[in-house]
Design a protein around this ligand. Structure first.
Ligand code: PMP
Length: 443
């Protein structure tokens, strides 16, 4: 997925080869024996280069320079930035790339403390804890929050890190229909009565888990309705904002800000730094008591090396830019740009006759392909024209709901987007995936 310098990036060819290989392995699995092996050409992403002094043959990945429509680099911070980069370099010189220690064993620097304060303040919660990886934030912290005797009610399309964390917790897991508050209420009613005090329930704890923007659907969470139901039934809300924090909301504060939800009504706010902030790691923000408890009992805090100081500095600096604390209006411009870019791109794709999932303002927009047999052609034809898109199919989606997933960035210029639209339109015609009549062009 690479960096997104001005919206362009080196992309490794072979995404479709990987996908097809996986599909083949699945087909083999289903029948319990190999049906046939994939042609060798599908593995030709690794290419032999000319020999070096006639002694060793170097192998390298074939790389092509493409317009990157697959990166989560929503605000364009994953490229050199005039405010962030010098500060990151300074912290690298001061603290080096790693603390080589867990947080409680000397791995806490002043940058870590500043980061936690900065994140808590940004997302609108009293306190926060950070970890070195977004995936681990869900998979390792959920089992600390809830265990045997607890009940997790999870959106059916929640990310794998949530699924893993929920399974690892030992709690009972129930799933509600994706982003459907009425079904969430139905599932809740099957397990507790409305108004039943927490102490009189057969469950030690109940947590409802949702995402701010669903990464395979591009949809915004029906958060106001979900929060109202959770309040009514007195259950906790856990919100994963991996794709929404920094990317949506007037000041980049995510779906609560965008949809007018009071952050006091969301008990556990989770997010990652790998998207809008151009860094790595994840956070949980909540009450002081909750964060204190996690700091003393979460294995990912006690036993894992702390987040790299330069990565932490990148997040602090990016948040300062977003909030205008760098003394410029670049942050506000980035936020306006991602919104304009996303809404422009989505409406142009729809006018062309594509079926595009998701909501306005969401930078994630899946184009429905449906037929899994068309995925490789779609991706390959886009790549041939130097546009890289992420293709998603089984098992990440149901077999016949294959799609190409576009991620829009504030780093894309209008010219970039026009080039991409022209290519996608051409490839859409070639592959026959424009399922709606195109709108007539204005004269
Ligand atoms: N939560 C969600 C909703 C995600 O989409 C992802 C990954 N894209 C993660 C958590 C894991 O984050 P990371 O890639 O930063 O480890």
């Amino acid at each position: 997925r690479g960096n997104n310098l001005q919206g362009y990036a080196p992309i490794c060819l072979g995404l479709e080869d990987f996908y097809i290989r996986r599909l083949y392995l699945r087909i083999q699995d289903c029948f319990g024996r190999p049906i046939c092996s994939p042609p060798d050409a599908w593995f030709d992403v690794v290419e032999r280069l000319s020999n070096d002094n006639n002694k060793t043959l170097k192998r390298t990945t074939k790389v092509s320079r493409c317009l990157n429509l697959g990166s989560y680099n929503y605000l364009g911070f994953a490229a050199s930035d005039e405010y962030c980069t010098p500060r990151v370099i300074e912290s690298l010189k001061k603290y080096s790339a790693s603390t080589c220690s867990a947080r409680v064993d000397g791995g806490t620097t002043s940058i870590h403390m500043e980061l936690e304060d900065c994140v808590a303040n940004f997302v609108g919660k009293p306190a926060a804890i950070v970890t070195g990886m977004g995936y681990v934030t869900n998979s390792a912290i959920l089992p600390v929050l809830i265990g045997k005797g607890g009940l997790i009610i999870s959106d059916s399309l929640n990310h794998n890190s949530i699924v893993n964390g929920a399974r690892g917790s030992g709690a009972t897991i129930r799933v509600f229909q994706h982003n459907t508050p009425s079904h969430l209420e139905k599932v809740l009613r099957e397990h507790i009565a409305e108004g039943q005090p927490r102490t009189h329930r057969p469950w030690k704890k109940i947590i409802v888990i949702v995402e701010g923007i669903y990464s395979m659907e591009g949809e915004l969470c029906q958060l106001p309705e979900i929060v109202a139901i959770c309040k009514k039934y007195k259950v906790y809300v856990y919100l994963d904002e991996a794709h929404s924090i920094g990317a949506v909301g007037k000041s980049g504060r995510g779906v609560c800000e965008l949809l007018g939800v009071d952050t006091a009504d969301v008990d556990i706010m989770m997010g990652t730094f790998t998207k809008s902030f151009g860094s790595c790691g994840g956070y949980i923000a909540g009450s002081k008591e909750l964060i204190e408890y996690l700091k003393y009992s979460c294995p990912a805090h006690l036993y894992a090396t702390s987040i790299s100081p330069p990565a932490a500095q990148q997040i602090i600096s990016a948040i300062k830019v977003i909030l205008g604390e760098d003394g410029t209006s670049r942050g506000a411009q980035k936020l306006a740009r991602i919104r304009e870019n996303s809404n422009f791109f989505r409406s142009e794709l729809q006018k062309m006759g594509f079926e595009v999932l998701g909501d306005n303002d969401s930078p994630v927009m899946p184009i429905m392909i449906y037929n899994p047999g068309k995925i490789p052609a779609f991706s390959r034809e886009c790549l041939k024209r130097n546009v890289a898109v992420v293709i998603v199919g089984f098992p990440a989606t149901p077999l016949l709901l294959a799609r190409a997933r576009i991620c829009i960035s504030a780093a894309h210029s209008r010219e970039d987007l026009n080039i991409a639209l022209e290519v996608i339109s051409k490839v859409g015609d070639l592959t026959g995936i424009k399922y709606f009549p195109a709108e007539p062009q204005k004269q």
